[in-house]
Ligand binder design. Structure first.
Ligand SMILES: Cc1cc2nc3c(=O)[nH]c(=O)nc-3n(C[C@H](O)[C@H](O)[C@H](O)COP(=O)(O)OP(=O)(O)OC[C@H]3O[C@@H](n4cnc5c(N)ncnc54)[C@H](O)[C@@H]3O)c2cc1C
Length: 820
């Protein structure tokens, strides 16, 4: 056994072996994998082998697409068959909302190049003759379906063996019956992995790909990994006479069938069937780790949970009635609180990588290995991986939180994924101090990064709940009122969840300056919107950097980026101790006070002059506000109005809130929620980190040129930006007015087309601009389409709508209201 390697992968399921394989494809062959028992012994051996391309996430969709393409070419490359049955995949719809979901998905699929068809019930019957189209209360009529002709099912063990063969052929080593029992830092900064055999392997990088064991392997490094398995079962049926007869008549293998509205999948297996439901009440298991006795075992089948799905499937496919049950497979399937895997760097430790939390790990293995290998070798992934980055979760993922969320995610796999859906379990968890006050004002809550955030405020007499939809729905009018309040009078948004860091010390300015593309403010009271880039020039983070005092900067970024940014900043600190970094997210609250009357309201609370000359736009001062001291007042906001972000010591939250409302009462002050903020920021073409600005796009593509100072000296991404300028910027950011919208506004991830119908870009966000009374989208197009007035079209829920490129910031393009 080798004693030193460049990368050691721990865990020999499909995901770990794929990671090893892809490292060798990147040219890193001094790599090894250890497996505690035998390859595939975790969840991989008993997976049903389905490879659904369907996924609402832009990132995960790309990973799955890569996998399916890879699995098709693996047999020729490795000489190992993987039993890939390209049967196609059929997802039924029995209601309009389900069709809306499929159409929304089609937009994403188009932008990533996944082939699909939306088909009629008649075509469903042609493809799947053994199915009943339905039309009664028990078996609702099929109204349409989504068909993926390219996917199907595979033998997970064969897939793993093909990847193993490819990896070993290139020089990688695999050691079975070798359990990792300890991981320690060496004096040289490498990792020493101790094995149960008593031998050690020293390695530069460690990859954890341990499936159901993620909790305990994470603990070896002090990581609380938010991946806890849930029971998942499927039924294996005996031979089906009807299926046999159909195949003997020359029928082709039936597509994998999913009746989403009844939460099950069905596929052929040796002239019989495999039926797999996502049931209610499936329990999370092994929250404290997999016990020693479990090994390759399964749980006993739970028929009670299966029955409703078996009944529904039998009504849809009566052939099921005539075949006996051969087996019930009930195994642990790893889950995370949002159902997406954890692929990328671990937080707080260097050169430790996670490829964990896979609930569709056979489908994802190829793509997950591909991008993780890219990340390890190149220092960054090749595509935007924010949606699966392990650091999208924070320290709030307590065991009970993860258990509840994972059980909720599991039972909701097949529900309609409404874009405005907010799931109720494990809430409220993290709340701003004024949570109860906002509830009393009608807050309808959502959750992000564990925080409760008010999406909108139901006026007296209006029910405090969402009716989720892909279209305009019950809160549309109220969100519009909040947006108008902000534009016409004055509103307050509670943005306490913002991520906040304090950077101090003699090296603070020069360190920040090398980290971001903009010039770090040199004068006290100045602020700069700044972007930290990847070495390839993509936007990894967005920071508002304010100079509070000499050698003292206040750095604010997205609330959901707390661990992501904190980890990046702390890992980038210079070793000489010249910079101190403190995450002060939970010690300061933030209220946005904005609107034409905001100055008059704030003036009642402070003696600091607020007029334009004393307190201009894009400056900051440390003020007293009411009884509160040490309030960082930043004259900036995300809604495009006169106003201040007040970042105050958290203990003043109640006082400041009451004081603002008392002072604002004569001006009609009111609360404004996240959805109105979305409408307002789109009217100003403000890009949102995570959706509009991501590592996929450089600041030039995002048309953020004014925040890039190439001449200031080196910073991360500088060379890549220079190269892009020389080669030509391929895409540019645009704002679009979408015409002929009746009730479905763009929401992001819609494809954009030129007049000839050629896809030339994608929308990254969209919403109704309540004050402009226009349906708006923002996104990226090839550069020749950026001129204002250019006519394009956008596909929204399956319909092409005309759209016109607008000048940047359609509301108040001169920023007169901000400067007033
Ligand atoms: C009933 C069922 C059906 C499923 N059907 C599908 C499907 O149709 N399609 C699909 O895409 N997914 C399906 N899945 C999910 C799929 O099985 C998993 O997502 C996938 O197998 C995860 O692979 P993995 O490599 O991450 O984990 P695993 O296969 O669990 O591998 C992890 C490995 O790590 C090893 N290990 C753990 N700790 C250590 C250590 N300390 N040292 C060394 N080795 C260690 C384990 O022994 C194990 O072999 C199904 C799951 C279940 C339960």
């Amino acid at each position: 056994m080798k004693t030193h390697v460049r990368v050691l992968v721990i865990g020999g399921g499909a995901v770990g072996v794929s990671t090893l394989y892809h490292l060798t494809r990147k040219g890193w062959t001094d790599v090894a994998l250890i497996e505690r028992t035998e390859l595939t012994a975790g969840s991989t051996w008993h997976a049903a082998g389905l490879l659904p391309l369907f996924n609402m996430s832009y990132t995960v969709g790309q990973l799955h697409k890569y996998s399916v393409d890879l699995y098709k070419r693996l047999p020729a490359e490795t000489g190992q068959d993987v039993s890939f049955h390209v049967t196609g995949n059929l997802r039924l719809a029995t209601c309009r909302e389900r069709m809306d979901e499929y159409y929304k998905y089609c937009g994403t699929a188009n932008t990533i190049g996944v082939p699909f068809e939306v088909i009629t019930p008649q075509r469903v019957k042609e493809l799947w003759p053994l199915l009943e189209l339905g039309g009664n209360a028990d078996t609702p009529a099929i109204v349409g379906a989504l068909y993926h002709p390219d996917d199907g099912h595979i033998a997970p063990a064969d897939l793993t063996m093909a990847l193993r063969k490819g990896a070993r052929g290139a020089g990688a080593e695999i050691y079975e019956h070798t359990e990792a029992v300890g991981i320690e830092r060496t004096a040289s900064g490498e990792w020493r992995v101790r094995t149960a055999k008593g031998s050690d392997i020293v390695t530069e990088h460690v990859v954890l790909a341990t499936g159901n064991y993620a909790r305990q392997t994470g603990r070896l490094l002090g990581l609380n990994v938010p991946a806890i398995p849930v029971e998942h079962q499927y039924i294996v049926y005996d031979e089906s006479p009807e299926l046999k007869a159909y195949r003997q008549r020359g029928g082709r293998e039936l597509a994998v069938l999913r009746e989403s509205d009844k939460s099950y999948y069905l596929r052929e297996e040796r002239m019989g069937w495999i039926l797999g439901p996502y049931e209610k009440g499936a329990p999370a298991r092994f929250a404290d780790g997999v016990p020693e006795w479990f090994g390759r075992s399964l749980f006993p089948g739970d028929l009670d949970r299966l029955v409703p799905h078996v009944e529904a499937a039998t009504r849809r496919v009566p052939a099921l009635e005539h075949c006996g049950i051969k087996d019930i497979v009930n195994g642990p399937i790893s889950y995370t609180p949002d159902g997406s895997p954890l692929i990328g760097p671990a937080w707080g430790v260097r050169n430790v990588w996670l490829n964990e939390g896979h609930s569709f790990g056979i489908t994802a293995a190829g793509g997950a290995g591909w991008q993780l290998a890219e990340w390890i070798v190149e220092g960054e992934p090749g595509i935007d991986m924010l949606a699966v980055d392990p650091r999208r979760f924070g320290p709030y993922t307590s065991k009970r939180y993860v258990v509840k969320k994972n059980e909720e995610t599991y039972r909701n796999v097949f529900i309609i994924h409404f874009p405005d859906e907010e799931r109720p379990d494990a809430r409220p968890a993290k709340t701003s101090p004024v949570y109860d006050k906002l509830s009393a004002r009608g807050a309808v809550w959502g959750q992000r990064y564990g925080w409760e955030r008010a999406n909108w405020f139901a006026p007296p007499g209006v029910a405090r709940r969402d009716e989720w939809s892909f279209r305009r729905t019950n809160y549309f009018e109220h969100v519009g009122n909040e947006a108008r309040l902000m534009r016409e009078r004055v509103g307050v948004i509670d943005l306490t969840p913002f991520t906040k860091h304090e950077v101090t010390g003699p090296g603070a300015e020069s360190w920040l300056d090398r980290l971001v593309a903009n010039k770090v403010p040199a004068k006290i009271g100045r602020m700069a919107l700044s972007h930290a880039l990847t070495p390839r020039g993509g936007i990894r983070s967005e920071f508002t950097i304010t100079k509070i005092a000499e050698q003292h900067f206040y750095v604010v970024s997205a609330g959901a980026a707390e661990r992501y940014d904190s980890d990046y900043l702390s890992k980038s600190l210079p070793a000489d101790g010249s910079v101190a970094l403190r995450n002060i997210t939970n010690t300061r609250g933030c209220f946005v006070l904005a609107g034409p009357k905001s100055r008059e309201v704030l003036a009642q609370l402070t003696d600091t002059p607020l007029d334009n000359s004393a307190f201009p736009w894009l400056t900051a001062q440390v003020i007293e506000a009411g009884l509160a001291v040490d309030v960082y007042a930043l004259r900036v906001n995300f809604v495009g109005a006169l106003g201040w972000e007040l970042h105050f010591p958290i203990e003043y939250a109640h006082h400041l809130f009451d004081a603002l409302f008392e002072a604002g009462a004569p001006h009609g002050v009111g609360m404004v929620g996240m959805r109105a903020m979305e409408s307002l920021r789109l009217e100003k073409s403000y890009r949102m980190w995570g959706s509009d600005i991501t590592p996929d796009y450089t600041p030039f593509e995002a048309s953020l040129d004014r925040f890039v100072r190439l001449k200031k000296g080196p910073f991360i991404g500088h060379e890549a930006l220079e190269r892009q300028l020389t080669a030509g910027v391929p895409n540019r950011f645009v704002t679009l007015e979408v015409h002929e919208v009746t009730d479905a506004d763009p929401l992001g991830n819609e494809p954009l087309f030129d007049k000839g119908g050629r896809m030339i870009g994608r929308a990254t966000s969209g919403y109704y601009g309540h004050c402009l009374q226009k349906s708006l989208a923002i996104g990226y197009v090839h550069t020749e389409f950026v001129t204002p007035g250019t006519e394009l079209s956008i596909e929204i829920l399956g319909e092409r709508k005309p759209a016109t490129v607008l000048p940047e910031s359609p509301y108040d393009p001169e920023n007169l209201q901000l400067r007033t």
